[in-house]
Design a protein around this ligand. Structure first.
Ligand SMILES: Cc1cc2nc3c(=O)[nH]c(=O)nc-3n(C[C@H](O)[C@H](O)[C@H](O)COP(=O)(O)OP(=O)(O)OC[C@H]3O[C@@H](n4cnc5c(N)ncnc54)[C@H](O)[C@@H]3O)c2cc1C
Length: 551
C-alpha cells in the first residue's frame, strides 16, 4: 500500500461508523439493480453514486430494452439473456416500456433476403419477449409506414423491440431499493476503501454539501461501469495497473419530437449498423463504437463523429439535416478487456471479479441489468451465508404496480389505461397525461392529488410544476440537472432557455442548490457538436448563458 493512501484513510477506532452488509459503489443501472435485489432479500445495503442515478453510460445508451439480434453470431448468450430479460422487464416495469416496430432497411434486395433468413433465428428469441415474428416489406411499404421519411431500394425486415427511458429505470430502481430499506445516496463519491478486521472501511464525500461519510461493510460491490479501473486504482489499496476494461465510446445525436413510430436500423458508411430511435419526446440517432483510452470523466464529442452519423443516415433518411438536432449524448461501454479484436466485436457479456469480498462488475447490457444484479446478489449472499433468493422478477417497480397480470400484447395498453385515468380524473391535456404515465406510471395519481399540476413549466416536454416538486421531494432530485433528467424539463429542445429560471425558483423554495453553472456548461457541451445544424438555437443559448452566468 502506498504511504499516501495510508495517510488519507481516517483511523476508524476514533470514529463512530455505521455497519452494513454490502456497500454498492456506482448508481448506474447495474448498481441500482444490485442494491434493489439485495435490499429486497433483507440485507443491509448502502449505495453511493457520485453524480446521479443512471447519469453515466446508462443515460448514454440507445434506450432499447432489446433482444440483441446482432449478437446471435458472436455472442448468442447475450441474445438469450437480453430477450429473456426484456420479457421480465415488461412484467415489472410495464409503464416505462414502449413497443416499437423495428425495421432493418437496406438498399440491397439480397441483404434483405439474408436478413429475412437471419431473423427467422431471432424469432425464436422474440417469443421470450412476447414480440411479433418478423416479416419482410418492400420499398413502397417502407415509405408508407414511415410517412416517406425513410427510403430503401431493397425494402426492409420488420421485428419489434422495446424503448425505455434508462434514467427513469435507474431512478425507480433506486427508489425501490430505498423503499426496501437501503440507504441510497446520490452526489456522493467514494474516495477511499480500506480492508480492516475482515471488513471494508468506505470513505465517501457528498459533492454538494462537501460533508464526509464513513461506513463499514462486509462486502463491497464495485459497480462503477467504465470507471471500474480508475476507481480501483485511485480509491483502493490495490494499486496494480491491471486493465479490466477496454471501454468504447458511443455518441448519439438528439432531435426534437417523436419523428417516426418505428426504430430504423441501417448500414453506415463503414458497414456498421446504426439506429434511429423514436422515444417519447425526442428521437436519437446513433451510435458510434470507438476505442477510448482517456479519462472517463473527460469524454468529448468530435464533430467528425456527428458527421459520420449524419452522412450515413442521409442515405436512408434524406431529410435528416432538416430535423434540427438540439443536443448529443456520449458514454463509454464498460466492455471487458480483450486484445486483438475489433471494437464492435468485443463481447457484451458481463464478467464478475471477486477479490476477497471486493466484487467488481464488468460489462453487461441495459436489457439484462436485472439478471446481472441477481447473479451478483447470489454471489454476495453466498459469501455472507444468506440463503434468500431474488424476487426482483416478481415485484414491480414503483408506478408499475399491478402490471404482472398484463398479457404481452397488452403492454402498451397498461400506460394507455393510466393515461385515460389521469385525463378523466384530473382534467389534464392528453399529451401531458401520456408523458406522465410513461414517466411515473400509477404514481402520477399521487403527483396530481397531492401536488396538483400547478403552472406549466416546460413547454417542450409538457412538464408542470407539481411534477418538479414531486421529483425533488420523492425522487432525490437535488439540482437542476437532476430535475431535467427525471422530468425532461430543461432537457428538451430549448435546452433550458425557456424553463430553467422557473425550475431554479422551485428548487430554491425547497432549499436545494440548483448548480446552475454546471447545468449551463453541460448543456453547452452537448449542444456545441451540432450547432452547425441549429445555428439559431446556439445563438439563443449563448445569450441565455451570458444572462445566467453574469454574476
Ligand atoms: C452508446 C451506447 C449505447 C448503448 N445502447 C444500449 C441499448 O440500447 N441497450 C442495452 O441493453 N445496452 C446498451 N448499452 C450498454 C448499457 O448502456 C450499459 O451496459 C449499462 O448502462 C452499464 O451500466 P453501469 O451501471 O455498469 O454503468 P454506468 O451507467 O456508467 O454507471 C456507473 C456509475 O458509477 C458511478 N461512479 C463512478 N465512480 C464512482 C465513485 N468513485 N463513487 C460513486 N459512484 C461512482 C458513475 O457516476 C456512474 O453513474 C449502450 C452503451 C453505450 C455506450
Amino acid at each position: 500500500m502506498s504511504e499516501n493512501h495510508e495517510k488519507s484513510i481516517p483511523q476508524s477506532e476514533n470514529i463512530s461508523v455505521e455497519n452494513y452488509d454490502v456497500a454498492v459503489i456506482g448508481g448506474g443501472i447495474n448498481g441500482v439493480g444490485i442494491a434493489r435485489d439485495l435490499s429486497i432479500r433483507g440485507l443491509k445495503v448502502i449505495l453511493f453514486e457520485k453524480e446521479d442515478f443512471g447519469w453515466g453510460t446508462t443515460w448514454a445508451s440507445s434506450c432499447l430494452m432489446h433482444g440483441g439480434a446482432r449478437y446471435i453470431i458472436n455472442d448468442i448468450g447475450v441474445t438469450y439473456k437480453s430477450s429473456k430479460e426484456a420479457g421480465v422487464a415488461k412484467k415489472i416495469s410495464a409503464h416505462l416500456l414502449s413497443r416499437r416496430p423495428f425495421i432493418i432497411v437496406s438498399h440491397s434486395k439480397t441483404m434483405i433476403k439474408l436478413f429475412d433468413i437471419y431473423m427467422s433465428v431471432y424469432d425464436m428469441f422474440s417469443i421470450m419477449r412476447g414480440a411479433i415474428r418478423h416479416f419482410k416489406i418492400n420499398e413502397e411499404e417502407v415509405e408508407k409506414i414511415t410517412g416517406k421519411e425513410v427510403v430503401s431500394k431493397g425494402g426492409g425486415v420488420v421485428t419489434e423491440e422495446y424503448a425505455v427511458d434508462p434514467v427513469r429505470l435507474s431512478v425507480l430502481n433506486s427508489i425501490s431499493a430505498k423503499d426496501f430499506g437501503a440507504k441510497v445516496l446520490n452526489h456522493t463519491e467514494v474516495i477511499k476503501i480500506k480492508k480492516e478486521n475482515n471488513q471494508y472501511l468506505v470513505v465517501a464525500k457528498n459533492t454538494l454539501s462537501k460533508s464526509e461519510i464513513i461506513v463499514r461493510s462486509k462486502i463491497v460491490v464495485n459497480s462503477t461501469g467504465p470507471w471500474a479501473d480508475k476507481f480501483i486504482l485511485n480509491a483502493t489499496e490495490n494499486n496494480k495497473k491491471k486493465k479490466r476494461l477496454r471501454p468504447t465510446k458511443g455518441i448519439h445525436i438528439v432531435f426534437p419530437g417523436k419523428i417516426l413510430n418505428s426504430v430504423i436500423s441501417f448500414q453506415a458508411i463503414d458497414g456498421r449498423y446504426l439506429l434511429f430511435v423514436p422515444l417519447e419526446d425526442r428521437t436519437i440517432l446513433g451510435t458510434t463504437d470507438d476505442d477510448f483510452f482517456g479519462d472517463p470523466d473527460e469524454i468529448e464529442i468530435l464533430r467528425d463523429e456527428v458527421e459520420y452519423l449524419i452522412h450515413s443516415a442521409e442515405k436512408f433518411i434524406p431529410r435528416i439535416r432538416e430535423f434540427r438536432p438540439f443536443s448529443t449524448k456520449v458514454g463509454l461501454r464498460p466492455t471487458p478487456y480483450v486484445y486483438g479484436v475489433n471494437e464492435d466485436k468485443i463481447t457484451r457479456e458481463f464478467e464478475i471479479e471477486d477479490d476477497d469480498g471486493f466484487i467488481s462488475v464488468l460489462g453487461g447490457k441495459l436489457a439484462s441489468y436485472r439478471l446481472l444484479a441477481e447473479i451478483v446478489s447470489d454471489l454476495v449472499c453466498k459469501k455472507l451465508g444468506v440463503s434468500k433468493k431474488s424476487k426482483t422478477h416478481l415485484i414491480p417497480l414503483p408506478g408499475s404496480e399491478n402490471s404482472e397480470g398484463e398479457k404481452d400484447e397488452e403492454i402498451e395498453k397498461f400506460s394507455e389505461k393510466i393515461k385515460d385515468y389521469l385525463s378523466r380524473n384530473f382534467r389534464i391535456p392528453e399529451d401531458v397525461a401520456h408523458f406522465m404515465a410513461k414517466k411515473y406510471g400509477w404514481r402520477s395519481k399521487e403527483i396530481l392529488s397531492y401536488y396538483d399540476s400547478g403552472e406549466l413549466v416546460c413547454e417542450c416536454s409538457k412538464v408542470y410544476e407539481g411534477e418538479i416538486k414531486y421529483t425533488i421531494e420523492k425522487e432525490m432530485a437535488y439540482t437542476l440537472e437532476d430535475v431535467a433528467r427525471r422530468t425532461w424539463a430543461g432537457d428538451g429542445f430549448c435546452n433550458g432557455i425557456l424553463c430553467a429560471k422557473k425550475i431554479i425558483k422551485i428548487l430554491l423554495e425547497k432549499e436545494r442548490k440548483p448548480e446552475v453553472e454546471k447545468f449551463i456548461l453541460r448543456r453547452e457541451k452537448l449542444l456545441e457538436p451540432v450547432k452547425k445544424y441549429n445555428q439559431k438555437l446556439w445563438e439563443e443559448f449563448q445569450k441565455f448563458k451570458k444572462e445566467m452566468l453574469k454574476d
